[in-house]
Design a protein around this ligand. Structure first.
Ligand code: APR
Length: 165
C-alpha cells in the first residue's frame, strides 16, 4: 500500500527514484514541467529521448503511455515521460489521464523504483480542470504497490484542490 503525499513545490527538486514528466508525444521538450525537467536535468535526458524517437517510438509516444529515461542531473534516478490528454468538452478522455498514471507506475515498478513524484498532468497547457484531474490521479494511484507516491503541485490553488480531493 503506497503512502500518498502532496507537496507544494518544484518537481525537479524532489529526491525520489522517479520524476514523472508531463511531456508531449514528440518527447523533444516543451514548456511547463517538460521545460523545467529538461532545463534542470540537462542534455542527457533529451539525448535518450531522441534515441527513443529513433527507435521504438518513431511515431512519437502515444497519449496515455509512459517511457523512462535517465534523470540526468536531477536528484532522481529516472524520468518517466508520459503524455497527458488535452482537455475536450465533447470527448471523455479520462481513461487516458488515468492510463498516464498507471503506466508511469508500471514503468517505475519495472525499474525497481520505490518512490515516484507526479505533477498535475494535463492541467496546464492541456487545460484539464484541476478538480477532475485530481480525482482521476488519486483513483489511478490508490492501489499502487510502490512505497511512496508524491504529488508535487506548483501553485497554491492546485495544491489546495489536490489535497481536498
Ligand atoms: N514542478 C511541478 N509542477 C510544475 C512545474 C514544476 N517545475 N512547472 C509547471 N508545473 C505544473 C503546472 O503549473 C501545471 O499544474 O504542472 C502542471 C502541468 O502543466 P504543463 O507542464 O503545462 O503540462 P500539461 O498541461 O500536461 O501540458 C503538456 O505542455 O510543456 C508542454 O511539452 C509539454 O506539450 C506538452 C504540454
Amino acid at each position: 500500500m503506497a503512502t500518498i503525499e502532496h507537496v507544494l513545490g518544484d518537481i525537479t527538486a524532489q529526491d525520489v527514484d522517479v520524476i514523472v514528466n508531463a511531456a508531449n508525444s514528440s518527447l523533444l521538450g516543451g514548456g511547463g514541467v517538460d521545460g523545467a525537467i529538461h532545463r534542470r536535468g540537462g542534455p542527457e535526458i533529451l539525448a535518450e529521448c531522441r534515441e527513443l524517437r529513433a527507435g521504438h517510438y518513431g511515431g512519437g509516444l502515444p497519449t496515455g503511455q509512459a517511457v523512462a529515461t535517465t534523470a540526468g542531473r536531477l536528484g532522481a534516478r529516472w524520468v518517466v515521460h508520459t503524455v497527458g490528454p488535452v482537455w475536450s468538452d465533447t470527448e471523455d478522455r479520462a481513461h487516458l489521464l488515468e492510463a498516464c498514471h498507471r503506466n508511469s507506475l508500471r514503468v517505475a515498478a519495472e525499474l525497481g523504483a520505490t518512490s515516484i513524484a507526479f505533477p498535475a498532468i494535463s492541467t496546464g497547457v492541456y487545460r484539464w480542470p484541476v478538480g477532475s484531474a485530481a480525482e482521476i490521479a488519486h483513483r489511478a494511484v490508490a492501489d499502487a504497490e510502490i512505497d511512496l507516491v508524491r504529488f508535487v503541485l506548483f501553485d497554491r490553488a492546485t495544491y489546495e484542490v489536490f489535497t481536498r480531493s
